[in-house]
Design a protein around this ligand. Structure first.
Ligand code: CAA
Ligand code: NAI
Length: 734
């Protein structure tokens, strides 16, 4: 960890060194300060360039040192602001040469410089808010002065990262280069030697403000509350920017400090910051997968994928085609008949057009001016050219087996065969092929071109190379791949099961869909269980329940209406489906919608009357339920299933589950993920509550506390990072 200085003519080049991302640790900042002071007094130096080693300017403060968040990041920010201020006050021009990333404190340092030169592929952002804090080294005061109030408000409050071409348009940087950035910055420096610097010092620059500022701030707070339910740091960002507008620079800096300090002084804000930082490292942790046989991310080598195929261009297939094409992979898109093929082609084209527009707006067109080519075909023989095939046909085992049989004979012997099944047995699918070691589950989430999660479902025979290839592909697609074991519904959907059942039982017992959704949305989930079910389509679960004989023609005669094999069962969603209420797709479900396919969920008096009549018919007494009871009743069984998943070693650690929930199920990152949340609530509390629930509802088996949860509580509830060590690999499906 150091900063060193070399000189090129009259230009001193200060290089930040702290691999892998030149994070600004206390030591690194001290070192920059020392060298910066040195060159100030060196008469031979007429200009200064600051850059980072190995093609990265700096990824900001060293998050690894945040564990003790109350003190470390706070004092680091102050210290960094001293450096920024010294650079800004320098009588010699200081130029930031930005390669790779300038994030968080890294960008704040660049803002202290008089000029910024960036490589065309560099990414810049004040991302602190995504870690539960906010820019505390002058970023909230300098950025609005540089790029104006509105763009600064957006960048700071959302942690948005922009690419260099967009940064140039915003006025965030002064020059973009496609060549060697350091050389370009030195050249730039030579040209500005001796020029006046006063106008380059952001601390002296006034902010251009629109007349309706108060409305802008208030609207922004409302929008952020909606987007990041209950997350404190986003709101504080607005206050810091308000200070930038209302106060002179020096006072604004003090206010920024005071607001940052308020995060460390509030237990809730501190917990949110801890949760966000945990989520950051959890995402990095899950990439380091391992299997019981000892294979792991280091020992297995991925195969590059040049040509990929997708079979089935329905809801999922079309999104998968888009993300492959966006990653510049050549795609063969296969359907079963001309009509479906045409529909698929149109849908893919439409999404790609929208994506192109978005990319242009984000300034990405410069770097990826073409998508991978897509061939739409009905000819299965064209699959012989694919390195990897992703099957996304209907969720039907017989159909999937038929397709994999064909793939096994058509595809190259070394081609990887993947299924997008949301819960079927990977081993059974693999069994019909002559290459089960190359078969694996790639469970994308809807919409596949947007959702970041990829559950990588390892079958019994899936080889380390197959896992490695798919994990690598997930990175290429800009997704986070999490390796999980093979069990019905895998990890995410399996944990959703008890949660959704609990929510429906609440309706039997007296709640209404909007009440339950409100509680879970206020907690921070992107959507409550009923809005989510309406979006997914109630018919999906209904068909699978009919298939398994829980309802419909296969239901055994004499079955009780509200019980199946001695367990509590609610027929409510079945009745809704029988009435044609499938959710958004039919314009009616748990809610009503303005049109078929509409998205605006409005409470439906029909549902209220229906529930009222249902309770009356079954003589169910309406129980008063508090918001807290709703929350615990729904979330604790989901968490309990998470412990079961860990105990069965379907997931290799709590981080894996949390990454799945943060990226696939709209779990609020400032709550870390369900397992992190359990650790914050306290395992004894979760266990006691589950015990009470189970005692009162012995006909709901998912309330039975998991053995692992009990074991951890018995051991004194060790911190989450130690749970993994409690899991052996003897029975592992991983
Ligand atoms: N501090 C410490 N370690 C960091 C780091 C940081 N700021 N940023 C990344 N790392 C580590 C990662 O944990 C990872 O470590 P392992 O190899 O041990 O897992 C390694 O660097 C490489 O990171 P990635 O795997 O994420 O690599 P990538 O190329 O995919 O992404 C990145 C690189 C874009 C920089 C990404 O890591 C990132 O977004 N980092 C966070 C940036 C950020 O939010 N900075 C703000 C910090 S807060 C701040 O700056 C406030 C202040 O001044 C006090
Ligand atoms: P869908 O019903 O929207 O699309 C399936 C497509 O497969 C249709 O276009 C159909 O014409 C095509 N198809 C069927 N038989 C075919 C054959 N023999 N050859 C070529 N094409 C054929 O289904 P959806 O929702 O896209 O689901 C696909 C798979 O993804 C299923 O296994 C499902 O469980 C899974 N999944 C679905 C999610 C969702 O939200 N819809 C989420 C995650 C996984």
């Amino acid at each position: 960890m150091s900063a060193s200085k070399e000189t090129e003519g009259a230009v001193a080049v200060i290089t930040i060194r702290n691999p892998p991302v030149n994070a600004l640790s206390q030591q690194a900042v001290e070192s920059i300060l020392k060298v910066l002071k040195e060159v100030q007094f060196d008469p031979a130096v007429k200009a200064i360039v600051i850059c980072g080693e190995n093609g990265k300017f700096s990824a900001g403060a060293d998050i690894r040192t945040f564990e003790n968040i109350g003190q470390k990041s706070d004092s680091l920010s102050h210290f960094l602001e001293d450096v920024n201020s010294m650079a800004e006050k320098s009588e010699k021009p200081v130029i930031a040469a930005i390669e790779g990333v300038a994030l968080g404190g890294g960008l704040e340092l660049a803002l202290g410089c008089h000029y910024r030169v960036a490589h065309v592929k560099a990414r810049l952002g004040l991302t602190e808010v995504l870690l539960g804090i906010f820019p505390g080294a002058g970023g909230t005061q300098r950025l609005p002065r540089l790029i104006g109030l509105l763009p600064a408000l957006e960048m700071i409050t959302t942690g948005k990262i922009v690419f260099a071409p967009v940064a140039l348009k915003l006025g965030l940087i002064d020059s973009v280069t496609e060549d060697n950035t350091i050389k370009a910055a030195i050249h730039f420096a030579q040209n500005v030697i001796g020029k006046p610097l006063e106008s380059r010092r952001l601390c002296t620059k006034p902010i251009q403000c629109p007349p309706n500022m108060e409305t802008i701030f208030n609207d922004s707070k409302i929008k952020l509350k909606k987007l990041f339910h209950g997350a404190i740091s986003h709101q504080l960002c607005v206050e810091a920017i308000r200070a930038a507008v209302q106060l002179p620079f020096a006072e604004g800096i003090l206010k920024e400090r005071e607001l940052l300090f308020s995060i460390f002084n509030s237990e809730q804000a501190r917990d949110q910051a801890k949760a966000r930082q945990y989520a950051f490292f959890a995402e990095r942790r899950v990439t380091k997968w391992t299997t019981p046989s000892g294979a792991n991310w280091k020992s297995a080598s991925p195969h590059p994928i040049g040509v990929a195929a997708v079979i089935g261009l329905g809801t999922m297939g079309r999104g998968i085609v888009v993300c492959l094409a966006k990653a510049q992979i050549q795609v063969i898109a296969v359907e079963q008949d001309g009509k479906q093929l045409e529909m698929g082609r149109k849908a893919v084209t439409k999404i790609l057009e929208r994506e192109t527009l978005t990319m242009q707006q984000r300034g990405l067109a410069l770097m990826s001016d073409s998508f991978g080519s897509i061939t739409f075909t009905l000819d299965f023989n064209s699959l012989k050219n694919a390195d990897l095939v992703i099957e996304a046909v209907y969720e039907n085992m017989a159909l999937k087996k038929e397709i994999f049989k064909q793939l096994s004979s058509i595809c190259m012997p070394e081609a990887f065969l993947c299924t997008n099944t949301s819960g079927l047995n990977i081993d059974e699918i693999a069994s019909v092929t002559g290459r089960p070691h190359l078969v694996i589950g790639t469970h994308f989430f809807s919409p596949a071109h947007i959702m970041k999660l990829l559950e990588v479902v390892r079958g019994y025979h899936s080889s380390p190379t197959t896992i490695s290839t798919v994990i690598n592909l997930s990175k290429v697609l800009g997704k986070i791949g999490v390796v999980v074991g093979n069990c019905p519904s895998f990890v995410g959907n399996r944990m959703m099961g008890p949660y959704l059942h609990q929510a429906i039982f609440l309706l039997e017992d007296g709640c209404y869909p909007e009440e339950v959704d409100k509680v879970l949305e206020e907690f921070g989930l992107a959507m409550g269980p009923f809005r989510m079910s309406d979006l997914v389509g109630l018919d999906v679960g209904w068909r699978s329940r009919m298939e398994s004989g829980l309802t419909g023609p296969k239901l055994l005669p004499g079955a009780l209406v509200r019980q199946r094999e001695g367990k509590r069962y609610s027929p409510l969603p079945d009745i809704l489906c029988e009435k044609g209420r499938f959710g958004q797709k039919t314009g009616r479900g748990w809610y009503q919608y303005e049109t078929v396919g509409g998205r605006n969920a409005v409470p439906d008096p029909w549902v209220q009357n229906f529930l009222h009549d249902y309770r009356k018919a079954h003589t169910i007494k309406q129980k008063p339920t508090s918001q807290n009871e709703i929350l615990e009743w729904c979330l604790y069984p989901l968490i309990n299933e998470g412990f079961n998943v860990l105990e069965e070693e379907i997931a290799s650690g709590p981080e894996d589950i949390d990454v799945i929930y943060n990226n696939g199920y709209g779990w609020p990152r400032h709550m870390g993920g369900p397992m992190f949340y359990a650790s914050m609530v306290g395992l004894p509390k979760v266990l006691t509550k589950l015990e009470v629930f189970y005692e009162n509802n012995p006909d709901i088996p998912s309330l039975k506390p998991s053995g692992l949860l009990k074991k951890l509580v018995k051991q004194g509830s060790p911190p989450l990072k130690e749970w993994r060590s409690q899991l052996g690999y003897q029975n592992s499906k991983l």
